[in-house]
Design a protein around this ligand. Structure first.
Ligand code: SF4
Ligand code: SF4
Length: 245
C-alpha cells in the first residue's frame, strides 16, 4: 500500500495532481493517501515527484494486492500472459495468433478509464452480462482477469475477491468474443448493464473486414443508436498467415 511518511512530508502538494485516482489529498498540512482509492499503480512513485521522498510503498504481500499492482502498473509484466499491465495483445497480433476468426467479433470492454477506476463487483456485472448474452470470455492464458473467475461461461468472480476490502483497480479490460449474429444481443446487454455500474467503460470491437474493406456487421450499431467508431487500430496482416476457420 502506498503511504506518506509524515516525518518527511512538507505539505507542498506537488504530488496531488499525479495520482490518476485522486487518492492523494492534504490533511492537516500533510499529504495523505486514501487506502480506499489507491490502486498501487505507483505512478506517484515512478514519477519521483516528491522532493522529500515522503511517498513510500509498503511491501505487497497479499495475493490480491500484488495482482492489482501488476494490472495497474503498466511497467509490470503479468507472468501468465507475458504482457505488461491489465490487457493482452488482443487483435494486435491476430494475423499470427488467429484469436478472432471470420464471422467472429472481438470485444474489449475497458472499464474505469479515464481516471475513475473500477471495482471488481462492477467488473463482474459486465462480464456476466456479456456471458449471458452469448459472448465467450477470454481464458486465463489470454487475459489476467480470467484468473479471478470461477466460471468462464458465466463470468462469475471468486467470492473472496469480491469480499476483499479496498480493492479499487485503475482499469480492467474484459476480453471476449462472439459470433457476428450475437453482436446485437451483446451490445444490448452492455447498454443495459452500463446503467448498473458505478464507473465508465469503453467498448472496442475487433472485426475482420471483408476483402473490399467493408464490415457489414457494424450496421447493428446504427440499429441500436450507437455511434459508428471514429477511430481504430488496423492490423494489416504482415505476420505469418493463419489457417482460416
Ligand atoms: S500508487 Fe497510484 S493510486 Fe496510489 S497514490 Fe500513488 S498514484 Fe495514486
Ligand atoms: S510531494 Fe512529497 S512533500 Fe510534497 S505533499 Fe506530496 S508527499 Fe508531501
Amino acid at each position: 500500500m502506498t503511504y506518506v511518511d509524515n516525518k518527511k512530508c512538507i505539505g507542498c502538494g506537488i504530488c496531488l495532481p499525479y495520482c490518476p485516482l485522486e487518492a492523494i489529498s492534504l490533511r492537516d498540512g500533510k499529504a495523505w493517501v486514501d487506502p480506499d482509492l489507491c490502486a498501487d499503480c505507483w505512478v506517484c512513485l515512478r514519477k519521483k515527484v516528491c522532493p522529500k521522498e515522503a511517498l513510500q510503498a509498503k511491501e505487497l504481500t497479499d495475493f490480491y494486492q500484488v495482482f492489482r499492482h501488476v494490472l495497474c502498473d503498466p511497467v509490470e509484466t503479468f507472468a501468465d500472459t507475458g504482457v505488461t499491465g491489465r490487457g493482452t495483445e488482443e487483435c494486435k497480433t491476430n494475423d499470427v495468433t488467429g484469436r478472432y476468426r471470420r464471422g467472429e467479433v472481438g470485444l474489449a470492454v475497458d472499464m474505469g478509464r479515464p481516471g475513475l477506476g473500477c471495482t471488481l463487483r462492477d467488473v463482474e456485472k459486465v462480464a456476466m452480462a456479456l456471458a449471458a448474452a452469448g459472448a465467450e470470455l477470454a481464458g486465463p492464458e489470454e487475459t489476467p482477469l480470467a484468473q479471478l473467475m470461477t466460471d468462464l461461461t458465466t463470468g462469475k468472480l471468486m467470492e473472496e475477491v469480491l469480499q476483499e476490502p479496498n480493492l479499487t483497480f485503475l482499469s480492467i479490460i474484459i476480453e471476449a468474443k462472439c459470433r457476428e449474429e450475437r453482436l446485437r444481443d451483446v451490445l444490448k446487454a452492455l447498454q443495459k448493464v452500463e446503467q448498473e455500474v458505478d464507473t465508465v467503460f469503453s467498448l472496442g470491437l475487433i472485426i475482420r473486414p471483408l476483402p473490399d474493406g467493408t464490415a457489414p456487421v457494424l450496421k447493428v450499431l446504427d440499429e441500436l443508436g450507437i455511434a459508428q467508431p471514429v477511430r481504430g487500430k488496423v492490423n494489416v496482416g504482415l505476420g505469418r498467415p493463419i489457417a482460416e476457420a
